[in-house]
Design a protein around this ligand. Structure first.
Ligand code: 3HC
Length: 294
């Protein structure tokens, strides 16, 4: 099946990135939000990325204009009814997601594939809210979407081979590298990444080393582009806390349990870069480690 028009649910960090890469690849892309201010914020981020690419000579002004001509923002779910593929990237709330999927299931034609960018919920828990379980899968992108090459294509017990093939082709067509994952909470990457990030918080809690040295250890010792505490600030501490709770709920294994320090930081509003403070303070020119009293 050929994808011509893509729908994106949510224009936040992930949704705006997905919208950008789809339109850059030449797909007509409609992105849905609940309020205009969220669309404006997502569009500002796309504009920043595209302008930077023009300044660096990576794309032309014409290419930028072409990308924008393919993007449409909407507050009306009915505007997605003629999409061939719809990728959901809204809050990690199963009820919210399923209300949208159930509505789209009745609005969209037979062939439309519905996909979720969830980080930790199981895809089947969403597919079950529709009558098109064979045309339902996970498409898990990574932050920052325009930069990160990987997409996990997640197959449930009910996803058809045709849906998987179409999604693999689609991912390649937007310049991404797809890998196939089973529908287990966390798929491949978060199954391994989340315990690692939580262990870095535990190491800090136990006084193993300072914030800076834990990060430096993994950057210089393992050649990671970011240390785990910097990465936590980048992903968002609130997001990681939610993911860890969902994975702990699923597996009941200690390694997925959010450490008390993470909970306290989320309660304090230390969400990481997005709130200006997490393990580091981002108010100055350079991030500075926060004194957490440990
Ligand atoms: N949006 C778009 N583009 C961005 C960007 C952003 N937020 N941040 C950086 N870039 C681009 C820059 O423009 C630059 O582009 P260029 O090569 O065309 O000039 C390129 O990325 C490199 O940027 P910088 O030189 O400014 O900085 P770095 O070399 O330090 O790279 C990084 C930044 C790509 C974010 C790098 O630090 C990195 O790869 N970090 C790890 C990211 C990671 O692990 N992501 C996965 C998170 S987990 C996840 O998403 C799963 C979820 O379910 C939780």
């Amino acid at each position: 099946m050929k994808i011509r028009k893509v729908g994106v649910l949510g224009c936040g960090l992930m949704g705006s990135g997905i919208t950008q890469v789809c339109a850059e690849a030449g797909y007509e892309t409609v992105v849905l939000e609940v309020e205009q201010r969220f669309l404006d914020k997502g569009f500002a981020s796309i504009e920043k990325n595209l302008s930077r690419a023009v300044e660096k000579g990576k794309i032309t002004q014409e290419a930028k204009a072409k990308t924008w001509s393919l993007i449409k923002g909407t507050l009306n779910i009915e505007d997605l009814k003629d999409c061939d593929l719809i990728i959901e990237a809204v809050v990690e709330d199963l009820k919210v997601k399923n209300e949208m999927f159930s509505r789209l299931d009745s609005l969209c034609p037979e062939h439309t594939i519905l996909a979720s960018n969830t980080s930790s919920l199981t895809i089947m828990a969403m597919a079950a809210s529709t009558k098109r379980q064979d045309r339902f899968c996970g498409l898990h992108f990574f932050n920052p979407v325009p930069v990160m090459k990987l997409v996990e294509v997640v197959r449930t017990i009910a996803t058809s081979q045709q849906t998987i093939d179409t999604c693999f082709e689609f991912c390649k067509s937007i310049g991404k590298e797809p890998i196939l994952a089973k529908d287990n909470s966390g798929f491949i990457v978060n199954l391994l990444l989340v315990p690692y990030l939580l262990d870095a918080i535990r190491a800090l809690e136990q006084g193993v080393a300072s914030i800076e040295d834990i990060d430096k250890g993994m950057v210089l010792g393992c050649n990671h582009p970011m240390g785990p505490l910097t990465l936590l600030d980048f992903v968002g501490l609130d997001t990681t806390y939610n993911i860890a709770n969902i994975m702990f709920e699923e597996y009941r294994e200690k390694r997925y349990a959010p450490p008390p320090l993470l909970k306290k930081m989320v309660l304090a509003g230390y969400y990481g870069r997005k709130s200006g403070r997490g393990f580091y303070d981002y108010s100055g020119e350079k991030p500075v480690p926060v004194d957490l009293g440990i």
